[in-house]
Design a protein around this ligand. Structure first.
Ligand SMILES: *Cc1c(COP(=O)(O)O)cnc(C)c1O
Length: 432
């Protein structure tokens, strides 16, 4: 544990880490005296890639220099700006480029996806989510049900862990669908659960959903950039994400969304396959580019997921993502995952001796988690908050999920094994 031997081990692992150079390409926050903080909060807001500044400045300069002409003449022209992001996002999502689009923010994208994919009919009206889902996802789903005139008390199903368990098993999802699948229109499930850090097998959940005729939608807020994904192969119907967590694109950054090719084709203007009803909440940016500015009354869909765009892209909120995706492409998500498994495993090893004063609620199986570990601080309700404040006073940045969970994420792009060692040491000092 947080012993000198632990420090030596951490330093040896850092020295052998082929990705260690990426740490210096991020801005690390500092305290009032200018000392670098120990940042383990990339699950909430990723650090700023140093290259983000130049990427944003470029757009400001182009705006200053070119004004309206920047739409076509900027260094990266603004009209097709989202296209700068498609290859990087497709590679992280495990999708074809025409299946992904950067746009809006996560919850807005979820609403747009539900508008297309939540099509209740007959007895099939329910939406299945996990109990304790992220508030915004739950608000989106309940308001969509209300929008359709459906009572959430009747149609929103929130699957809870079995008594005594912290996480929901794949078997429990399959069993629910086995018994009630005919009443379920849509399953909305996280790739990685925000509170517990549990990673789910997206292909398996999608198979279960499809077996019973349900749409499978995936929330990748905590999964994209955290672990390799294969959405196309997994056959998910749609997915949504934000880009300010593991994708390091900054506060309020442009989000993204995935629509499986078969739906893209089904909703193409010339297609009548009817895989899903041809409904989309549309705007001018989803219109095919060649005739968009003719401003005609008819909507002609752009190719692929691009057709779900509504508005022109927020360039200043997208530029940092260009910089960040370049780092992902350089490091490679497989190499990042390789390091992540070792790094999170090392952190877990350092924390294990602190049990039972803490409890690790993230699954112990590496395949069932990304980089985040969720640490329950045992004791009365005030105890955890004291520990969190103590960590803050020591320059450690993590976060808190009521009633008693500290979330800690050693991010392979910019955290080190020594960071993990230091965190365990700080926590040990603060526990009774
Ligand atoms: C972070 C996060 C969000 C954030 O939603 P925004 O619309 O981007 O503000 C939504 N859902 C989940 C599960 C998240 O983790």
């Amino acid at each position: 544990m947080s012993t000198p031997a632990g420090l030596e081990a951490a330093r040896a692992l850092d020295a052998a880490d082929p990705l260690r150079g990426f740490r210096a390409r991020f801005a690390h926050p500092v305290d009032e005296r200018g000392h670098e903080k120990l940042y383990l909060c990339g699950h909430s807001l990723g650090l700023m890639p140093l290259a983000a500044r130049a990427a944003v400045t470029q757009e400001l300069d182009d705006w200053a220099r070119l004004a309206v002409e920047g739409h076509e003449q900027a260094h990266r022209p603004w009209i097709p700006y989202h296209e700068n992001l498609a290859a990087g996002l497709a590679s992280l999502a495990g999708a074809r480029q025409d299946e992904v689009v950067a746009m809006n923010s996560l919850t807005v994208n979820l609403h747009l996806m539900l508008a297309s994919f939540y099509r209740p009919h007959g007895a099939r009206r329910r939406i299945l989510i996990e109990a304790g889902a992220f508030s915004s996802d739950r608000h989106a789903v309940t308001s969509q049900l209300a929008w359709h005139g459906i009572d959430a008390g009747e149609a929103l199903v929130e699957l809870a862990p079995h008594a005594g368990a912290e996480t929901v098993s794949h078997e429990a999802i399959e069993a629910y669908l086995e018994h009630h699948g005919e009443q379920v229109a849509l399953v909305l499930w996280p790739g990685v659960q925000f509170r517990t850090g549990q990673a789910f097998d997206i292909a398996r959940i999608t198979r279960a959903a499809h077996r019973h005729g349900c749409i499978a939608g995936i929330d990748l807020a905590h999964a994209i950039g955290n672990m390799p994904l294969a959405l196309h192969e997994a056959d998910a119907d749609f997915a949504v994400w934000c880009s300010y967590k593991y994708l390091n694109a900054g506060p309020g950054a442009i989000g993204g969304c995935f629509v499986h090719l078969r739906h893209v084709e089904a909703l193409a203007p010339s297609s009548h396959t009817g895989a899903i009803p041809g409904v989309r909440l549309a705007g001018w940016w989803g219109h095919e580019p060649p005739s968009r500015f003719l401003m005609g009354p008819q909507f002609h869909a752009a190719r692929g997921a691009d057709a779900w765009q509504v508005s022109n892209p927020p360039v200043l909120a997208a530029a940092p993502l260009v910089a960040s995706l370049a780092l992902f492409s350089e490091a490679g998500i497989e190499a990042l995952r390789h390091k992540s498994l070792a790094l999170t495993g090392f952190l877990e090893e350092q924390l294990r001796p602190l049990q039972p004063r803490i409890q690790l609620i993230t699954p112990a199986a590496p395949a069932q988690r990304g980089c985040q570990l969720s640490v329950r601080i045992r004791g009365d309700a005030g105890r955890g908050r004291e520990v969190l404040a103590g960590l803050g006073a020591r320059g450690v940045v993590v976060d808190w999920r009521a009633p008693d969970i500290i979330r800690v994420a050693p991010v392979p792009l910019y955290n080190s094994f020594e960071d993990a060692w230091r965190f365990a040491g700080a926590l040990r000092e603060l526990l009774p």
